[in-house]
Design a protein around this ligand. Structure first.
Ligand SMILES: N[C@@H](CCC(=O)N[C@@H](CS)C(=O)NCC(=O)O)C(=O)O
Length: 215
């Protein structure tokens, strides 16, 4: 049985779990923390990050974009969550890139808070990251406003909706950051988060405990 390693407060793990469920790919879940279970995770991925998807043949995929691609390959082009048609694919990838950038920069802010003692935090760096997060969210807000009440790309839910929702929820809870300035994005994310599959694979942000590597 395919194994998914990672906690669902990780937006990267979460988008994989939601996508797998939507595509009907079963997995066993290992609810391992990147703090407490760091060494155990590194037995599967040298990066010590989650998600990791361990396939039946023992291969361990260690990047959510790669795992999503594998899931889409299992499902085939008709059911794939990333659109196949060129324009739709580009639109979806652009939204995913913006949401990914927001999550990446949001994580920088979280790391400053969680891993650095207060006297070692560098406020200009945090401010810069927040400008970048807000810029990406504002662009996503415009995209959501243009598609109000609809899925972001085409007539059905795509990976753009899943990733935008998972990553925006993460940023708003973990940074934390209000979505009041991005009401269309907030509404779109709320619509996704209300779906049973999003609720099933959700855990509130859990502050990781930094753990040094043993080797
Ligand atoms: N680009 C990677 C990012 C994975 C990632 O950064 N995961 C976080 C969990 S939210 C992690 O494992 N952090 C621990 C670390 O980097 O040491 C992906 O999409 O899979």
């Amino acid at each position: 049985m395919t194994i998914l390693i990672g906690m669902f407060d990780s937006p990267f793990t979460r988008r994989v779990a939601i996508s797998a469920a939507l595509l009907g790919v079963d997995f066993e879940h290992r609810d391992w923390s990147v703090g407490r279970d760091f060494d155990r995770i590194r037995e599967y991925s040298p990066l010590g990050r989650v998600p990791v998807l361990v396939l039946d043949d023992g291969r361990a995929l260690c990047e959510s974009a790669l795992i999503l691609d594998w899931l889409d390959q299992q499902a085939g082009p008709e059911r794939a969550l990333l659109p196949v048609q060129a324009d739709a694919r580009l639109d979806a990838l652009q939204l995913i890139a913006l949401a990914t950038g927001a999550a990446d920069k949001g994580i920088h802010v979280v790391i400053e808070r969680v891993f650095r003692p207060e006297e070692k935090r560098h406020a200009p760096w945090t401010e810069r990251c927040l400008v970048q997060v807000r810029g990406a969210l504002a662009e996503l807000d415009r995209a959501c406003a243009a598609r109000a009440g609809q899925w972001l790309v085409g007539d059905a839910m795509t990976q753009a909706d899943i990733t935008v929702a998972c990553y925006t929820t993460y940023v708003s809870e973990a940074v934390p950051l209000s979505l009041d300035d991005t009401p269309a994005l907030r509404a779109h994310v709320a619509r996704c988060e209300a779906l049973p599959v999003f609720q099933r694979f959700y855990a509130p942000f859990f502050t990781p405990v930094p753990a040094p590597a043993t080797a």
